[in-house]
Write a protein that binds this ligand. Structure first.
Ligand code: FMN
Length: 367
């Protein structure tokens, strides 16, 4: 393979520039197993540094407050200790010439009272997702969450603003809003998880209001050209989300409206499961949404080198985010360049503590 392949070409639009079109997708790895839930010294700074050849690294989801958490050992971005821990990560990536955004996360109802001193997780409506939460005592069934008051919505908007401020302090090149995969924003978007009757529920405009309020708040801390947002429009029967006839029109509205902003990018995922029999689902996300959005579009979901090059060449995306391939191939860009076969990932060590399955995947190509 030559340097000329599309995935390896530099990209630039507005103020958003990357040295190639290979993005490391955000991935929870549960290595912040310390009392402060900060990136662990000797682990995250190394893990991200050796992936600095990516055009863009998006970190694992990082909770914006204690109330935002729903999985054990995930890092936060709301305390001084966490900011200091992330600073080591951004410095190590920047030393290698890399670019790194932090993913800002609130799980909403995908949590458990065990994380909140017995209090209920927050959500748009008191509807149990009937899913599982990864608690300190193992997997537990989710519960019926507490419907957020308007005051709690305002506080949460503020938590995102403060998290963006902390991200700047920690030296990140930008932030990605985790408005995907069944977490808090997705719970607001979807009319099967949001049955509110106030200005945050009902119409499409109301169900997306919280997202745009957060985006506008984050903009006060970091230029919009350094903000990305992630969506998974055809997520169905996973992470507590069920699609209905309102789902795709809602995402169409959001993505069209984002043309009024100059975001760094939008980041879309192809369906995570087979939705061929689901009447409400869009089967090819990049193809469907590309014409609706004028800015930079990152696509994700089960891509390999060949499909990645093709989706850009076909004009359906500008960059491609790789998830699992990046777990087991820190030198993914070099492997694409040299045509070196990829190493398989071991799912048993996705979320386990320590270096195993985290820092011990072989680097086969000169980076
Ligand atoms: C171990 C693991 C952890 C993940 N954690 C996150 C996360 O924190 N935030 C997020 O938006 N997506 C997360 N995802 C989803 C990935 O970003 C990606 O969308 C998914 O793996 C599909 O891409 P792939 O086929 O290239 O792996 C995770 C996926 C895996 C495998």
């Amino acid at each position: 393979m030559s340097e000329e392949q599309t995935l390896l070409q530099p990209y630039s639009k507005g103020n958003f520039e990357t040295k190639n079109r290979v993005v490391m997708a955000p991935m929870t790895r549960s290595r912040a197993d310390n009392p402060e839930n900060k990136p662990t010294e000797g682990l995250q700074p190394v893990y991200y540094r050796i992936r600095s050849t990516a055009g863009l690294i998006i970190t694992e989801g990082s909770q914006v407050s204690e109330r935002a958490v729903g999985y054990i050992n995930t890092p936060g971005i709301h305390s001084e200790e966490q900011v200091a821990g992330w600073k080591k990560v951004t410095e190590s990536v920047h030393e290698e010439g890399g670019k790194i955004y932090i993913q800002l996360w609130h799980v909403g109802r995908m949590s458990h009272p065990d994380f909140h001193n017995g209090e209920l997780p927050l959500a748009p409506s008191a509807l149990n997702p009937n899913a599982q939460s990864f608690t300190p005592e193992g997997m537990k069934d989710t519960v019926t969450p507490k419907a957020m008051t308007k005051e709690e919505i305002r506080e949460t908007v503020e938590e995102f603003r403060m998290a963006a401020r902390n991200a700047v302090k920690a030296g990140f090149d930008g932030v990605e809003i985790h408005s995907s995969n069944g977490y808090l924003f997705h719970q607001f978007f979807n009319s099967t998880s949001n049955i509110r009757t106030d200005e945050y529920g009902g119409s499409i405009e109301n169900r997306t209001r919280f997202f745009f309020e957060v985006l506008d708040a984050i903009k006060k801390e970091i230029p919009e050209q350094q903000i990305g947002a992630r969506f998974n429009p055809s997520l169905h029967n996973l992470f507590g989300i069920t699609m209905d006839e309102n789902t795709i029109p809602t995402f169409e509205y959001i993505i069209k409206r984002l043309n009024e902003y100059e975001l760094a990018y939008i980041h879309l995922s192809e369906p995570f499961t087979d939705v061929s029999e689901i009447p409400y689902a869009v089967k090819e996300i990049a193809k469907h949404f590309r014409p609706l959005y004028k800015g930079t579009l990152i696509i994700n979901g089960d891509f390999d080198q060949e499909k990645g090059n093709k989706v850009i060449e076909d004009g359906y995306a500008d960059l491609v985010a790789f998830g699992k391939p990046y777990i087991s191939n820190p030198d993914l860009v070099a492997r694409f360049r040299e045509g070196i076969p990829l190493t398989d990932w071991d799912k048993d060590t996705f979320y386990t503590p320590g270096k195993e399955g985290y820092l011990d995947y072989e680097i086969k190509a000169e980076i």
